[in-house]
Design a protein around this ligand. Sequence first.
Ligand code: ADP
Ligand code: ZN
Length: 364
Amino acid sequence: MSPEGTHKIVEVTASGRSGYQIVSGARTRLPALMRAAGVDGSACLIVTDDNVAELYGSAIENDLEEAGFDVSTFVVRPGEASKDLEVVANLYRWAFANQVDRATPVVALGGGVVGDLGGFFAATVLRGVPLVHVPTTLVAQVDSSIGGKTGVNHVSGKNLIGSFYRPTLILTDTELLSTLPDREWRNGLSEVLKHALIRDLAFFDWLRTNWDSVLRREEHIVPEMVERAAQIKVDVVIHDELEGGLRRILNFGHTFGHAMERIAGYGSLGHGEAVALGMRAAAFLSAERGADVDIDALGHLLQDIVPTSIPPMPIDWLLQSMRRDKKRVGEVLHVVLLEEIGSAVVASDVTDDELRSALQHALA
Ligand code: ADP
Ligand code: ZN
């Protein structure tokens, strides 16, 4: 049973191990939901970043304190640079100073950065303590908080250190998204669209129909959109929790997009912006190979997500980056393509010529 005023989006169970819930509800329900999920510690550690702390930190701290938790909060700098082992070391120091024990929950309150960092910390401190996600960005609500990936970056590359670790609870409150900067909203829409494209034609049609309301974040649209997009991610990771096969389709647009982020220089293109350009490339390539994909209709939606000015990215550099990355991990290049809208396949026989023309189309 979920506490009053909340509703369960889904119970995530896979591989016969204990499941966890993704619940949609107001953030004021957090303490009750944590207790209902079996969290019985008295101490509680919140990991968040400056922006989120400023907006929501003290209200959530107060709610937890009132429910009997003894709360300590660790605030990191916003941005990817906080996904760093040195920050993790500081988190451990802080946790031991605050008498963390195996029952102490870690609440990751923030976007993808805080979720990955706080998740990795929770997974490793004392070999794992209960992890509660309160995702505050669209990306985190529909994508990064779901599926159990945690981790930090390394000088050799992004997300190279981490583990799969199941949260105890994910509380999704779409009202938190009202304060997101517009660019972050559009970055998140990229992953929403990705989920529709790889898995759900009806959802894609719904997005098309409601696109203006989606861009304007209208209240009657956002909860349904977030829930449908999150469901798709759940559906994929339930079938492939440890990324053996199916989960690869979540990389739609990402093989191209990651290369663009690297070549443009991290930060100059948002992740979602790069993925939107990447999806433009992947959809073009799919159509070239005969898929029934209306790239004009799709391009129309993507137009509102891609950056208004695209930084210069030489095609040869992008190509090299895509190939080199895979060689290092001893893999061939897998590119996710669409068979049609709502259905994805993984191709491992894509030629350089095909990649080049897809990139040219995407960046034109
Ligand atoms: P993502 O979730 O896109 O992976 P981040 O965790 O880096 O990325 O969050 C993106 C930015 O948005 C950060 O600067 C973060 O502080 C800020 N942010 C996160 N949630 C909110 C929110 N609800 N309102 C305003 N800003 C937010
Ligand atoms: Zn992504």
